[in-house]
Ligand binder design. Sequence first.
Ligand code: PGA
Length: 249
Amino acid sequence: MKSIYIFGNWKMNKTFTETLEFLDQFKKEYKKNKKNLREDMTFGIAPATINIPAFQLNEVKELKLCAQNVSCYESNAHTGAVSSEMLKDLNVEYTIVGHSDKKKDNNESHEKTNLKVRELLKYDITPIVCIGENLEEYEKGLTEKVLKNQIEEIFKNVDYSRIILAYEPIWAIGGNNTPAIETIQKTVEYIKTLTSKDIVIIYGGSVSINNINEIFENTCIKGFLVGNASLEVNKFMELLKAKKYEKQQ
Ligand code: PGA
C-alpha cells in the first residue's frame, strides 16, 4: 500500500448532476495541479451510493472510487441493501464501514461492522474502518477502553494488513474541533499496540487546510478521512497539495 491516503466522505450531499459537475471540474484542476502532488499519495471520494455510477465517467484514474457503506450480507432478501459484489462490479476500491453516522442512524452493531469488513475483503475491496469515542467517553477519560472494545469486536478474524483504520473521535466530526496533536499521537500508538505496528491509521474529524499539515507532520497518521472539506473541488485540491507533504517521506 502507498503511504499517504486522503479520502473524501461526501455523506448525504450532492445529486447525480452535482457529482458529474465535480468530476468535470476535478479533471481540469487535477491537470493543472498534478505536478504539485506527492506521487505516493492515494486519494479518493466516497459519493452517495446512488451516485457511484457517475464515476463511470470519471477520467482521472488516480481519483479512487469509495463507497460510504455496504451490506453485511452476501445477497438475497435484504431490500434496500447493496452488496460488496455490486460495489466491486462498479469498480469501487475502498468502502467506509462503521462510520458513527451509521451507528447513530441505523444502530449498527460492532458485530455487523465486522461482517461488513469480511464481506468486503472477499471481494478485494479495502475497508476503511471507523472507530472513535463520543464526547462523554472522551471527557470521562474512557477513550482507550472504548477503542479497545471496538477493536476487539470489529476486527475479529480480520487481517490488519488488508484494511485502513480511520480514527474518528465522534465529537470532532463536523465542526472545527480536533484533539490535541499529542492526544492523537498517543491514541494512534495505543491502537498500534492493540492491532499491528504496521497498520495504516488515518485520522478523521474536522480536517481542513488549517490543521492537515500539523497532524500529518507530528503524528504517525498516514492520511485523512475528510467530510466537509472534500465537497468543493478547490478545497479538496488544497488538501491534496498541502505543501509540506512534499517534504515528508
Ligand atoms: P468532517 O467529517 O471532516 O466534516 O468532520 C469527517 C467524517 O465524518 O468522516
